[in-house]
Design a protein around this ligand. Sequence first.
Ligand SMILES: Cc1cc2nc3c(=O)[nH]c(=O)nc-3n(C[C@H](O)[C@H](O)[C@H](O)COP(=O)(O)OP(=O)(O)OC[C@H]3O[C@@H](n4cnc5c(N)ncnc54)[C@H](O)[C@@H]3O)c2cc1C
Length: 376
Amino acid sequence: MNFELDATHLEVRQKAREFARSIEHLAIEADGMSEVHPGLLNALRESELSRLMVPEPYGGHGAKLDPLAICLVREVLMGTCCQADSLFAMQGIGSFALTAAGSERQKQEWLPLIATSECLPAFALTEPESGSDLKSIGSELVADGDRLRLNGQKSFISNAGAAAYYIVFTRDGEGFSMVLVPADTAGVSVKPTPEIIAPHVMGEVDFDDVILSSDARVGPAGSGLDLVLATLGVFRVSVAGAAVGLAQAALEEAVRHTRTRVQFGKPLNRLGAVSQMLADSWVEVEMARLITYRAAYLAREDSAASIHYSSMAKLGASEMASRVVDRCVQVMGRFGLISNSKIERLYRQARPMRIYEGASEVLRQSIARKLSEEVN
Ligand SMILES: Cc1cc2nc3c(=O)[nH]c(=O)nc-3n(C[C@H](O)[C@H](O)[C@H](O)COP(=O)(O)OP(=O)(O)OC[C@H]3O[C@@H](n4cnc5c(N)ncnc54)[C@H](O)[C@@H]3O)c2cc1C
């Protein structure tokens, strides 16, 4: 067994660190915005990190996507700037269906623009009445002569309003399909989502009698659920990477504060309860990092077969990040509560991670099902 990152992964992490340093001064502003920060997007373009989200023939990096490389980048970015992490992650989440099952024409048209971050994508599953229960969606695709007609509403869609296209999960006859809808198609409109505790680029998207050509489906009719699973297979573990990065950054803030602030004649980090909380947090970050890297490694080999492992990593790391950042705020006392301080931003940003890309309770259900299959 080798627990060291190889030279390629070290290089990816180094590139991510250089990018993070170059955008650190934008983080407070960008993380307070529900729109894309233009300076941040330009910096992402210059970094070329989005090439990791696309295979080589279409301007990307490597023969297939490498979930461990993606995790390493998200780990670094989430510890610096939440919007940078989200923009980077969405380049993959919103394009993977095309990579996995798109027609040659769809791939040629969009993937090179994703690789350079010239265009931003969106991945639209959630609806006002349908969240965890994906099969309850109301969006519907019907044949209209030799074309297709899409009607439906999507809610809390990352990149909505900024995206050049939407990959939309929809009913299609007896099953579900994915369709690619360019954002400038007639009948597509975007309204703002109410602002959440950690501002995020997202919106509510209406598809009102949207007419699409007959080749707008991504993959065969009826393959929508498979494409959702394929996307989650590669990207769910990357949320774990981001959670590890967030917790590490919170812990570093808490250590810097508690080793210099003196109370009762000692630095805070020498007071029993504080040192216990810091130690427990470090242990938990390291444990989460290990399962995350292992799950990412397995996902590269066979993402469908290892989805339960990715779910474990996402569940474990996102729950860990919430616990760790909460303790870090606690040991920083009133200084942990100051609006827009780094620790306060991390505290707010940790919370949505336990809800998106599989709420913790939904993941526990699927992990428990798998456990019972595994045991004789
Ligand atoms: C920042 C952010 C970005 C997002 N971006 C996107 C995006 O780009 N595209 C997109 O399609 N969606 C996106 N979403 C939506 C996200 O996918 C949903 O919030 C998520 O699927 C959960 O759905 P819900 O919020 O409707 O919760 P619900 O499904 O209503 O569930 C609420 C709670 O009930 C519990 N619960 C639900 N089902 C079960 C179950 N089977 N067993 C036990 N407990 C259960 C869980 O505690 C869950 O948190 C985003 C959300 C956020 C916060």
